[in-house]
Ligand binder design. Structure first.
Ligand SMILES: *Cc1c(COP(=O)(O)O)cnc(C)c1O
Length: 313
């Protein structure tokens, strides 16, 4: 029997803040972060049909790539374990292998991955850059045997199919759907599942001029979506004291935790747009909380080293 990754339907939570009332805007948050305490909701969705495919191919091993704090690595380890796969994570940065005990002690992402049975293989940044080359994949096959390859970030056609299940019938009452963008897989699934009266707005978490063409590859339509490129805070994994302060304030006001890599940037952007009257009065906005909370720990360690305000959890 094939294992199916069971994904519950998260609730939409209404946000009540003075600015929303003042501007006549409804903002709701889809709590995809509630799908798993540690794993990003969208990463589970992206793995769902890939895992089915790997089982159909009678594979026993999932192999994928990621950075040392990668939500996707955490997700692949957790989902792979649930589905009975051996998992291998190719991790960027061979300096991390020098003292593996120390690396794991200081990195909750990798520690959890190992606890979920993932075998880690650290490679130099140079090798990592060529991770999609045929020669490198061959080398990995020689070392690890046959495996089902999940791309970095988990984005492929089957991942998009999984993300097309985020929006449900109840969500048709919204006219804007907002989400954070990394590789563009999640937003592509959303774009493919919206209705004619809806628009998707993506908030890239990185500087990426390539993202539009990437999304065009996976999305079935070229209209009804746009990217807001002003809220990446300097690039992937970058953040400012202003962003951290926003995340902490939002937590106090709503009791909803945000991560500094993706969802914090998205909500910061949404509120900036609301302040600037970018949404017409009466707009109903649904923001997808994709999760990413497992990454807070790593960021807090860096903030602590710099003696800066930490993210309150
Ligand atoms: C990976 C991730 C994203 C981005 O998803 P893509 O499909 O790569 O665009 C957004 N939010 C969180 C929390 C993530 O982990």
């Amino acid at each position: 029997m094939l294992f199916k990754l069971e994904i519950p339907t998260p609730i939409n939570q209404p946000i009540q803040l003075p600015i929303l009332k003042e501007k006549g805007i409804e903002l709701w948050i889809k709590r995809e972060d509630s799908i798993h305490p540690f794993v990003s909701g969208n990463k589970f969705r992206k793995l769902k049909y890939n895992i089915t495919k790997a089982q159909e191919e009678k594979q026993h091993t999932l192999l994928t790539f990621g950075g040392a704090y990668s939500n996707h690595i955490a997700a692949t380890a957790a989902a792979g374990k649930m589905a009975g796969f051996k998992t291998i994570g190719i991790i960027r940065g061979d300096e991390l292998a020098k003292d593996i005990e120390r690396t794991l002690a200081g990195n909750a992402t990798l520690k959890h991955a190992v606890e979920n049975g993932m075998q880690l293989r650290f490679v130099s940044r140079e090798l990592y850059r060529n991770k999609t080359s045929e020669a490198f994949i061959k080398e990995l096959q020689n070392e690890f045997g046959e495996f089902y390859l999940v791309p970095e970030g988990g984005t492929n056609d089957l991942a998009i199919q999984g993300c097309e299940e985020i929006l449900t019938f109840e969500d048709e009452k919204f006219n804007y759907i907002c989400c954070a963008v990394g590789t563009g897989g999640t937003i592509s699934g959303l774009i493919n599942s919206i209705k004619e009266h809806q628009k998707v707005i993506g908030f890239p978490a990185l500087k990426g001029d390539f993202l539009t063409s990437e999304i065009q590859q996976f999305a079935k339509r070229n209209d009804h979506w746009s990217l807001q490129n002003a809220f990446h805070f300097g690039g992937y994994g970058k953040y400012t004291p202003e962003l951290i302060r926003f995340i902490n304030e939002f937590k106090v006001q709503t009791n909803i935790p945000l991560d500094p890599i993706y969802t914090g940037k998205m909500l910061f952007g949404i509120f900036k747009m609301i302040e600037n009257d970018a949404f017409e009065k009466g707009s109903k906005i649904l923001a997808i909380h994709t999760g990413g909370l497992q990454g807070i720990d790593g960021v807090n360690q860096k903030l602590k080293n710099k003696n800066q305000e930490l993210i309150q959890v």
